[in-house]
Design a binder for this molecule. Sequence first.
Ligand SMILES: NC(=O)c1ccc[n+]([C@@H]2O[C@H](COP(=O)([O-])OP(=O)(O)OC[C@H]3O[C@@H](n4cnc5c(N)ncnc54)[C@H](OP(=O)(O)O)[C@@H]3O)[C@@H](O)[C@H]2O)c1
Length: 314
Amino acid sequence: MLNDLVNRSRPLPAGSKMLILGGGFSGSTLATLLRAQGTPVICTRRNPEPSGTHLCFDSDNPDQGPKPEDLEGTTHVLSTIPPSRDGREPVLTSLLPTLRDLPLRWVGYLSTTGVYGDRGGDWVSEADPATPGQDRSRRRLACENAWQRTGLPMQILRLPGIYGPKRSVINGLQQGRARMIHKTGQVFCRIHVEDIAGACLHLIHKAEEGAWPSVVNISDDCPAPSEELLGFAADLIQMEPPPFEDFDAASQSMSAMARSFWSENRRVSNYLLRNTLKYELLHPDFRVGLRDCWLQDPLNPNRKETLDPRSTTG
Ligand SMILES: NC(=O)c1ccc[n+]([C@@H]2O[C@H](COP(=O)([O-])OP(=O)(O)OC[C@H]3O[C@@H](n4cnc5c(N)ncnc54)[C@H](OP(=O)(O)O)[C@@H]3O)[C@@H](O)[C@H]2O)c1
């Protein structure tokens, strides 16, 4: 739970101010963690509520974006905004001159492990070249490169499937969307959203100490078949798991996007994050992570109250 991160992590130094471009699932979780530790945070959304604290930033309407005076004093930036459909980097196109004028000490960009492409189930690390196999992953790599070329104090964080409270296989099961599909040898990697926030904070501290790899995989310890997660989650919430389906038959009724996910198979190494940079995962595998999601689930009679990024306006 986020409270555990708040208690165990060192806050950013006094005088720090974080700008989070894209206060969605990952962005709002980091914002909640930092604010709970007393760090000022500015967060953007495309359509912020007029009464809320978010700033407006929509790359399709850059004129309504933040003005330089809104961002004054910003020392750290995290962009969670995905590439636009035409492949442009949505932030840099309009905001780079403003970012260049800020006293920035660290800039993070959330990317995806999709840039590694298909590895036939083998392990892949940051030292391996990116060989994206899908158009969206090629666009993503182009955006990574655009950020790297800015000369800002950059770090690229590559993420596998993100899950967490209100967004996990538990919700898929509750809503009848989950499918128990088996494909021999296929695994998926994942990361709990709270570990994205925890890792960002940890990486900022490490960077200040001089340990600053340009790319870091933020993945848990346990690549696993999706049917294993579903079985575990169904047991956890005491629901009947969905019927077993073989991939070849199931793929006939999948969306093109879902089929593209199943067409790539890799085990993403977190050695750099865990062993070299010494980040301790709050949710090292899906069992720990799904128990946490269930503990925070509104349908759980034994639900535990905790900090909830989605219930705040900030
Ligand atoms: N979901 C996954 O499993 C997964 C896996 C690997 C990597 N990633 C990538 O990791 C990043 C964070 O993921 P997430 O799940 O936290 O994302 P998310 O919840 O969808 O949040 C993305 C944020 O970007 C903002 N945004 C999107 N398009 C924008 C635009 N054109 N202009 C301005 N803002 C824009 C959204 O604004 P609004 O709040 O207004 O919607 C939102 O705040 C994303 O880049 C995602 O593609 C995701």
